[in-house]
Design a binder for this molecule. Structure first.
Ligand code: TRP
Ligand code: ZN
Length: 511
């Protein structure tokens, strides 16, 4: 949720308090309990917060009944063993009278849980059920009131096997290097969260590690020695962030400053075993951001960066906010992957999906961005060729030209590449989501030209940046700015079983 919303909620509490002196902010978990400011707002109808936020694809992800404003996370990490000792203070506002509420947490051992409502801090009872940590405060929490739940926990985090992606997302340890790839549901493997892109919050991430490694994340960094050969890193993330987008790297990373994007600094952190020659594409991050900013509107965050981890077991990259995360094998994709992750900062990070099955709003848009960069940097023939290749695959034209009868080719393609909107739970990151999703914006651009398509994309981020949105929101915006024909084209591209033709390119499905 937004900071503004947090402040509003806070003033609600203040207004609701009988005491004329509201005292300090209730964000004081960890400090001594105080009794100066009792909450005398009655609960009328306390009931449990829902165990899921209401995502149709993953009913258990996230939680209902509250909205997180801020995470204060303190982790002590032992890279050699993977052991983590954590304190998480989660500040949230109750959305209805709460008799209990859930956080998402997978694995880890919970040592204690308490809940502070306004100034009153009390022990809470709690139980674990699957990925749910159910918290029952000593007294119900009234709607509109800010509370802070503090969870003390420890354990060795690991990936979360949920099956939404072919590999388990989450905390990864390769040798003594640790990083996270949390999309869509891995964040709950290392901190108690409302783990859904619909609930964003600010975060202060404090991580204590041995002096020979560094900690990389987003936001403003500071660090200090804490004795015992250890150093504490603090990253203050004040642009509200979805839990899965929090970057984290712990390892012997080196740091390289890159040419900035105007006044926005660009930093690359990389494993020292990666030869600097392979890091060339990261020099151009600032240039890419300037290119995108001309088309998508101002870059939505305060910093730009990359974290590159040596992990031969996985070729992947993730658009973690401000600082995208790449494994060493992903560098084989060259500038394309860097452009893709940077485009995600607008589409995925600034605007998050309200429901995971609208993921084409992230992946299709980032794929379009990656094609635009190739067009700009190499030439229009590269854009046209990539679009053509994607269309031939998605439509079955390629099968037809290798001898499959046209009707069969089209049918096989329909089965292999179903429409990108509302993919099945295990197909979240399918080829169709990326490519047919990307082709959707190419088709829109073919129809309305650069001015039309970039007007819509810029307005999309202006209107929904800092919030989450749905396909319906996008189609409505397209209709508003570009008319009914454009809106119908988008709907057909993302919903119809058969990919529509692209007449300006002379492309149509076989048969
Ligand atoms: N969103 C990633 C991309 O940039 C792909 C992805 C999805 C991913 N889930 C992941 C990457 C988990 C790493 C880990 O296309
Ligand atoms: Zn992507």
């Amino acid at each position: 949720m937004s900071k503004l919303h947090g402040l509003l909620a806070l003033s609600l509490v203040v207004a609701a308090c009988a005491s004329s002196d509201p005292g300090p902010s209730p964000t004081t978990a960890g400090s001594a309990p105080s009794s100066t400011s009792p909450v005398n707002v009655r609960t009328v109808d306390p009931r449990p917060g829902a165990p899921g936020i209401g995502d149709p694809l993953y009913p258990n992800l996230g939680n209902g009944g509250y909205d997180v404003a801020d995470y204060r996370l303190e982790l002590e990490v032992e890279p050699a063993t993977g052991m983590v000792r954590g304190i998480a203070a989660v500040e949230a506002v109750a959305l209805h009278d709460l008799s209990s509420f859930n956080l998402d947490l997978v694995g880890m051992e919970v040592r204690s849980v308490d809940v502070a409502v306004a100034e009153r801090r009390g022990a809470a009872t709690w139980r674990r059920r699957g990925r749910e940590l159910v918290v029952v405060p000593a007294e119900p929490i009234p709607a509109g009131v800010v509370f802070v739940v503090t969870v003390v926990y420890e354990g060795v985090p690991g990936p979360v096997p949920e099956g939404a992606v072919p590999f388990a997302p989450g905390w990864r340890k390769v040798g003594d290097t640790i990083y996270v790839f949390d999309q869509p549901d891995g964040a709950a493997g290392w901190f108690p969260a409302n783990d859904h892109p619909r609930d964003r919050a600010t975060m202060t991430l404090t991580v204590t590690v041995p002096e020979d490694v560094v900690v990389v994340s987003a936001g403003e960094r500071s660090s200090r020695r804490v004795g015992d050969g250890r150093r504490e890193y603090r990253w203050v993330i004040d642009d509200p962030i979805a839990p899965y987008l929090v970057p984290l790297g712990i390892g012997p990373f080196r740091e390289r400053a890159e040419p900035p994007a105007g006044s926005i600094p660009v930093t690359t952190w990389f494993d020292p075993d990666i030869p600097e020659g392979r890091l060339e594409p990261f020099r151009r991050q600032g240039e890419m951001v300037e290119f995108f900013a001309e088309r998508f509107g101002p870059y939505p965050f305060e910093r730009i960066g990359a974290l590159i981890v040596e992990d031969e077991s996985l070729r992947a990259a993730l658009e973690t906010q401000e600082v995208s995360t790449y494994t060493s094998p992903s560098l084989a994709w060259g500038e394309a992957v860097v452009a893709h992750e940077l485009a995600h900062q607008w589409f995925g990070d600034a605007v998050t999906v309200a429901r995971w099955d609208d993921i084409w709003l992230n992946e299709g848009f980032a794929t379009f961005g990656q094609w635009l960069w190739a067009e700009h940097d190499v030439g229009p023939e590269v854009y046209d060729r990539q679009v053509m290749r994607a269309y031939r695959t998605m439509s079955g034209l390629d099968r037809a030209s290798s001898g499959v009868p046209p009707e069969d080719a089209a049918r096989q393609a329909r089965e292999a590449y179903p429409p990108p909107d509302h993919p099945r739970a295990d197909e979240l990151f399918s080829a169709s989501v990326y490519q047919r999703g990307g082709l959707t914006l190419v088709a829109l651009r073919d129809l309305v030209g650069d001015e039309g398509v970039f007007d819509v994309l810029e307005e999309w981020v202006r209107r929904f940046g800092g919030r989450s949105a749905t396909t319906e929101d996008f189609v409505a915006l397209v209709e508003e700015r570009l008319g009914a024909e454009a809106a119908e084209l988008v709907t057909a591209f993302v919903e119809d079983p058969q990919i529509p033709p692209m007449p300006q390119r002379g492309l149509a499905p076989p048969g």
